[in-house]
Design a protein around this ligand. Structure first.
Ligand code: SF4
Length: 391
């Protein structure tokens, strides 16, 4: 399994809760940024030599990747095909925001090979969208869903956020009802986190908005689990649900299974060949760095790297359990762990697993491919307590 991620750190405006590495008001740099990303992928392919393999998943994340023209997405996909290759069955996802889409663009994106659309709806309430500082309205979200279906997207994911200041359980349930009425194949539900330095944090500090209530957010999460189960969705990760296993995000599952991936673009991370790398965060810095062709780079290094670190085998094992436990249905597949590390996770982490079993946070479950270690229902609600054991 091999994945490629393109980071597209451009947004029309910064949402009130957002602390991601993304930039507003820099769209003039987008064409140069796409050219730099093409250059970076060429460099990485050169460094990979005969170890290069075709991508099983490609993901455009951001930021707002749907600010790119479809021809820019096509350019990046063509270069990926020409260099690393993209498997015919690959999942090719793009994050899109309502307010940046139209029927023509969606058709062109589909024609360029994008076969999964992840739509940042966040809420179906205009007042909640205003509170979040999103650029779109409920009507624009609904139009985007409609246009995506018309364009032939049959793998549609909707993102929602729960736990907004002042949001009631009833208001949250209305969001869920609206979302499932469109039968998206996939849903991602995140809890709002008030990040330092954001406009939202300031509004709360200034008393303009109430602090989000953690207890209400926990109730909303449990409501989500029940509501989506009744609507036919299966939870497969802490924040993710799908109508069928085939609709689960293969790209994100690759992260949780800690398989290798290359991140292209400003602030993108890679994990391959036992190394983790992180690129320069600034758009212009990134473009400048990538223009300086560096010959003789070892894979997976790129001229855009800000940090490069070897990930020791024990750390890889920890990460593999920590991230694998996020997969609420399948958890950590012990046979895969043994194949990859030559060791039994039950022995390597015997003390940690015992402590978590005593707290009823993890369990062993039998699957056709053997034993898996996964979170219990209680563990899903108290995931952070379990993850702390592997940090
Ligand atoms: S669209 Fe997403 S990445 Fe851009 S500012 Fe809003 S939350 Fe942040």
């Amino acid at each position: 399994m091999f994945s490629i991620y393109f980071h597209v750190p451009f947004c029309l405006r910064r949402c009130h809760y957002c602390d991601f590495i993304t930039y507003a008001g820099q769209l003039d740099f987008l064409p140069g940024y796409v050219d730099a990303a093409v250059q970076e992928i060429r460099q990485l392919r050169l460094a990979a030599g005969n170890t290069a393999t075709a991508a099983d998943t490609v993901y455009f994340g951001g930021g707002t990747p749907s600010l790119m023209e479809a021809c820019q997405v096509a350019k990046l996909l063509e270069e990926t095909r020409r260099t690393f290759g993209i498997r015919p069955t690959a999942e090719i996802s793009l994050e899109a925001n309502p307010g940046t889409l139209n029927p023509r663009k969606l058709k062109e994106l589909r024609a360029a090979g994008v076969n999964r659309l992840s739509l940042g709806v966040q809420s179906f309430s205009d007042s909640e969208l205003a509170l979040l500082g999103r650029i779109h309205s409920r009507q624009q979200a609904e139009e985007s869903i409609h246009w995506a279906r018309e364009a032939g997207f049959d793998r549609l994911s909707l993102d929602l956020i729960l736990g907004l200041p002042g949001q009631t359980l009833e208001a949250w349930q209305e969001n869920l009802s609206s979302a499932v009425s469109y039968r998206p194949e996939h849903l991602s539900v995140y809890s709002l986190i008030v990040e330092e330095g954001t406009a939202l944090e300031k509004q709360i500090a200034d008393g303009l908005l109430p602090e989000p209530d953690d207890d209400v957010a926990a109730d909303m999460y449990e409501l989500t689990q029940e509501f989506l189960a009744q609507a036919g969705y299966t939870q497969y990760e802490i924040s993710n649900w799908a109508l069928e296993e085939s609709f689960e995000s293969r790209h994100n599952k690759a992260y949780w299974k800690t398989t290798p991936y290359l991140g292209i673009g400003a602030a993108a991370h890679s994990f391959a060949g036992g190394y983790r790398t992180e690129n320069m965060p600034g758009i212009q810095d990134y473009i400048k760095r990538v223009q300086n062709w560096e010959s003789g780079l070892a894979f997976p290094f790129s001229p855009a790297n800000l940090n490069r670190a070897k990930v020791e085998p024990y750390t890889q094992m920890q990460e593999s359990v920590l991230l694998g436990l996020r997969l609420t249905r399948e958890g950590v597949t012990l046979s895969e762990f043994a194949r990859r590390f030559g060791q039994d996770a039950r022995q390597v982490f015997a003390a940690e697993i015992k402590r978590l079993q005593e707290k009823q946070l993890v369990e062993f479950a039998q699957f056709p491919d053997g034993t898996h270690l996964r979170l219990t229902q209680r563990g899903v609600l108290l995931g952070n307590q379990a993850f702390m054991e592997f940090v």
